[in-house]
Each structure stands twice: as C-alpha cells, then as structure tokens.
Design a binder for this molecule. Structure first.
Ligand code: SAM
Length: 219
C-alpha cells in the first residue's frame, strides 16, 4: 500500500470523526510560520491522546516535549475544571510559540510550560506528583531517563505513552549506532523488565508516515 493511501485514509477518518477545528488549524499555521519542525502529532493522534486522558479521568497530565503545543492543547481539552498539563520544552523559541498557541486556544489556565532540558526540570515536579497520564515525546536518546522519572512521578493506574518508537524499523536493530534507536531500544528493555509496568506498543501509518507508540499502565 502506498503512503498516498495512508494519507487519504487519515483524511477520511479525520473528516468523519474529528470536528472542523479552526483553532487547531491556526496552531499548525503559527507553527509553520515560525518554521518549527513538522513533528506535531497528527489530528487523529491528538484526539487519541485526548480520549486516553478522558478514559483515565486525568486531571494532572505531564508532557515531555511541547514543540508548538499542538498535542498539549489536545490533552488540555480533555481535562475537567481545575485540571492541568505541565509540559516540558528545551527550546525557548518553541515554548514561546506554544504559549501563543495556548493563549489563542483559550486553554492558558490549564497549561504550564517549563522551559529547560527535561532531565533538569523533571526533578522539580516531585511535589506535584503523581500525574495521571504522562506523554513522552522529546529527544529519544533520553527516553530511558524520562521513563525513570515517569515512574517516580506516577501512582498505581498512571498511563505512560511514548511516541515515535519505530525509527523506520531500526528499532529491531541491536547493532544500530543511532542514538535515537539506542534510546528507544533501552526504553523497551526497561519497560519489559519493570514489574510496575504493563505495556504494549502499536505501529501506525498515516499522514505522518510509518511510526508507532508505546502504551503502559503503572500497576
Ligand atoms: N508533543 C509535540 C506535539 O505533538 O505537538 C511534539 C514534540 S517534538 C516531537 C519534540 C520536542 O522536544 C521539540 O520541541 C524539542 O525542542 C523538545 N526537546 C528536545 N530535547 C529536549 C530536552 N532535552 N528537554 C525538553 N524538551 C526537549
């Protein structure tokens, strides 16, 4: 099957199940205008995150990797009154664009961006734990560090999602010297060995090409 068909099916699904959303369109436009990398989740994936958050009744969400705030806004929209997404972003420029998007989307009171390397900002969150849902979507070499912190900031029932785990199929290559692949493989090894986690992973195709994510629950 061709990538063209994946795109068409994604467009069909989004047209059927995801309401027209000028606010989200404006977010993606602002990201493009600011020349942010096109690494936001797709609309149907953003909605999946939103549904996961609703399904687990999340009030406190942690996101690692904000970019322009697209996935952040999808998550924030799932939260009840008083709910909060704390999102961690290394790039001050990305965080600034994200804040503009968040303000324009009218969800500023539900989102807090912490600027800096996530490995430095995660330890500051210990008095705000536990989080109900944690979305790991930043630099993949640090995925093992992020999983360790996710576990520290979790409770029984916390949902942990890790994005971009297929690496064009290289995830299966134990000889890979790509730091992203090594980080993701270590992330899988840690999940496999961690008795507190029950996990699965899914491959996806669509408007963002061939990719996949892990989904885990803390026991
Ligand atoms: N979650 C976003 C979305 O779907 O809209 C996409 C996030 S993008 C894949 C990854 C982001 O992680 C980039 O904005 C990048 O600047 C950020 N990042 C990279 N290294 C980081 C680090 N050490 N700490 C925090 N954020 C980092």
């Amino acid at each position: 099957q061709s990538e063209d068909q994946w795109q068409q099916v994604d467009a069909y699904m989004a047209e059927k199940l995801i309401a027209e959303d000028p606010v989200m369109d404006a977010v993606l436009q602002r990201n493009a205008d600011a020349e942010l990398p096109n690494h936001d989740v797709a609309a149907n994936q953003g909605k999946l995150l939103n549904l996961f958050a609703q399904m687990c009744g999340a009030r406190h969400v942690l996101e690692i990797g904000t970019l322009g705030g697209y996935s952040t806004i999808w998550l924030a929209r799932a939260l009840p009154e008083g709910g909060k997404v704390v999102t961690l972003e290394y790039s001050a420029k990305h965080a600034e664009i994200a804040q503009q998007n968040i303000d324009a989307a009218g969800v500023a009171e539900k989102i807090e961006i912490l600027i800096g390397a996530a490995a430095e900002t995660l330890p500051q969150l210990q008095d705000r734990a536990p989080f109900d849902l944690i979305f790991i979507d930043a630099d993949k070499p640090n995925n093992p560090v992020y999983l360790e912190w996710a576990l520290k900031l979790s409770r029984k029932g916390t949902v942990i999602i890790g994005d971009n785990v297929v690496r064009n199929g290289a995830v299966t290559d134990p000889q890979s010297e790509d730091a992203n692949v090594i980080g993701v493989r270590r992330f899988f090894d840690m999940m496999a060995a961690e008795p507190r986690l029950e996990a699965t992973a899914l491959q996806t195709v669509g408007s963002k090409g061939w990719d996949g994510f892990t989904l885990a629950i803390v026991k």
